[in-house]
Unconditional design. Structure first.
Length: 210
């Protein structure tokens, strides 16, 4: 097995200690940082995402794999910068105003990063203006809004409206998700995409940068 395949398998198994050894070893063997990132770390997380989507693994396994991936990415960061490897694109993420739930949002963040996207995580209780101002300042093409309460889900419409008011609606894709959200609701507020789980969200977000 090649060292790159081994890195991918260790990511899937969440073996952080092994990643700490294998990533520097792969660099020493002459593999580029981009190759290790894309064919090792990200391909491993893609498998994790697929398995999670198919209910073959659950949140704890995803968290362990994501921790291993983060460790590998930290080791690669200086090499990626010197090779001028850019993230695929930027995503602004947050739980909407009035809602303090963040487990789903945090899972989405990991899956997005697993697809090679840079995530600007605004946390919870995020005002529409904050989503939009950050997207403008950071040049982000996607805004992901999460809500767990039926009482806060209408804040997502306010994010759409704020994008229109600030003149960036044509340049930004708005994604919505969370327990009470449906495709019907997504369509009714004029958002671009609804996904039922974190892995699907990451796939759709990634497709917006294709």
């Amino acid at each position: 097995m090649s060292i790159i395949s081994e890195i991918s398998e260790k990511i899937q198994a969440g073996k952080t200690k092994d990643i700490k050894v294998l990533v520097p070893q792969a660099l020493e063997e002459g593999h580029t940082a981009r190759e290790i990132l894309e064919q090792g770390l990200l391909s491993g997380m893609n498998v994790v995402g697929e398995k999670f989507k198919n209910n073959e693994i659950f949140v704890p396994e995803v968290l362990i794999a994501a921790r291993a991936m983060k460790t590998g990415a930290e080791i690669l960061k200086p090499y990626l910068v010197s090779d001028n490897v850019q993230p695929v694109g930027k995503v602004v993420l947050g739980t909407v105003k009035g809602d303090l739930h963040d487990i789903g949002k945090n899972l989405v963040k990991m899956m997005l990063e697993g697809k090679g996207l840079e995530v600007i995580d605004l946390g919870t209780d995020v005002a529409p203006e904050a989503f939009v101002s950050t997207a403008i300042d950071e040049g982000a093409k996607v805004i992901c809004c999460s809500a767990l309460l039926t009482t806060t889900m209408n804040e997502m419409k306010n994010v759409v409206d704020e994008c229109c008011a600030r003149g960036i609606r044509e340049n930004v894709k708005i994604m919505v998700g969370g327990a009470p959200i449906t495709q019907e609701f997504c369509d009714s507020i004029g958002a671009d995409a609804y996904t039922a789980d974190a892995a699907s969200c990451a796939e759709v977000a990634r497709s917006f940068f294709a």
